[in-house]
Design a protein around this ligand. Structure first.
Ligand code: CP
Ligand code: NVA
Length: 316
């Protein structure tokens, strides 16, 4: 059986900013141990008898399935709830009451919401851990899987350089920057003017990076960011909820797509990452997404392992 460090029991993950590098490393190490156990088909029912609820306000494929499967593999159970079908989604019941009631039934809540403030509010009142399964501002579970994938691909994080290309004011970008900064990985974000990551996130990341001995930069030239990078990371140009900006965004981001030419500028060992879902022909070409340098499918699989590590540590 795998031993569980107890220091994180009861902790919420609403944003990675709140977690120390050591706490993030505990999750990654637990995820790696559980992934190895699962590969060996070895026992790891660490959450027998526990239930989590998935409270989702937006669509999801990976987050939803990976949390349900994670709980099954850990010997527990997950309730897949759409916010629309609950009183809270109709505006008829306050978040506070929803949080208090759900805490009497389940051992953790995974929430996917439009506004980060809803995630914060739920975590404020819940008596069980609340895990942010994506908001407008952050996607911490994605970032845990991302850094797990980078560790696997490069046998650690030492000397790895990450370049993110595309929409900077984006949940995935913010969480990727945060995890890289905290763990001492150099990260450069290339976005068109007006689409840079939020200044307060950049500031916090630069402080964390200074402590960890790495750098966080924001530039406007995708070629500059890609040159010599070990990871080229991208996400959709139009995130959920911003559909009415799609045409303007297509125009603004037209030079930021990850294609074969951009990949040729990266390091010899470079891999391409994307949180998915992808829009081929926009932020990534089909050749790159399905090509030999793509780490995207391992990255998607690692959502499961990273979340198993997280759940095993935070659920009481
Ligand atoms: N990457 C990710 O969160 O995917 P889903 O929206 O499908 O959950
Ligand atoms: N930035 C994307 C990520 C999807 C997983 C979105 O919010 O739609």
């Amino acid at each position: 059986m795998v031993a569980i460090p107890t220091s994180l029991k009861g902790r919420s993950l609403v944003r990675l900013q709140d977690w120390t590098p050591e706490e993030i490393r505990l999750v990654l190490e637990q995820a790696e141990r559980l992934k190895a156990r699962q590969r060996q088909r070895a026992e790891h029912s660490l959450l027998e008898g526990r239930t989590i609820a998935l409270l989702f306000e937006k669509p999801s494929t990976r987050t939803r399935i990976s949390f349900v499967v994670a709980m099954q593999q850990l010997g527990g159970h997950a309730l897949d709830l759409s916010m629309e079908l609950m009183h809270v989604g109709k505006g008829g019941e306050p978040i506070r009451d929803t949080a208090l009631v759900m805490s009497r039934y389940v051992d953790a809540i995974v929430v996917r919401a439009y506004r980060q403030s809803l995630v914060d509010e739920l975590a404020r009142w819940a008596e069980v851990p609340v895990i942010n399964g994506l908001s407008d501002a952050f996607h911490p579970c994605q970032a845990l899987a991302d850094v797990l994938t980078i560790r696997e691909r490069f046998d650690g994080l030492e000397g790895v350089r990450v370049a993110y290309l595309g929409d900077g004011d984006n949940n995935v970008t913010h969480s990727l920057m945060t995890v890289c900064a905290k763990l001492g990985v150099d990260v450069v974000v290339a976005s068109p003017p007006g689409y840079e990551p939020r200044p307060e996130v950049v500031g916090a990341c630069q402080e964390a990076a200074a402590r960890a001995g790495s750098t966080v930069r924001v530039v406007h030239d995708p070629r500059e960011a890609a040159t010599g990078a070990d990871v080229l990371y991208t996400d959709v140009w139009t995130s959920m909820g911003k559909e009415d900006e799609q045409e303007a965004r297509r125009a603004a981001f037209s030079l930021f797509g990850v294609d074969e030419a951009l990949l040729a500028l990266a390091s010899e060992r470079a891999v391409v990452m994307h949180c998915l879902p992808a829009r081929c022909g926009e932020e990534i070409t089909e050749g790159v997404l399905y090509g030999p340098r793509s780490a995207v499918w391992d990255q998607a699989e690692n959502r499961l392992h990273a979340q198993k590590g997280l759940l095993a540590l935070v659920v009481r």
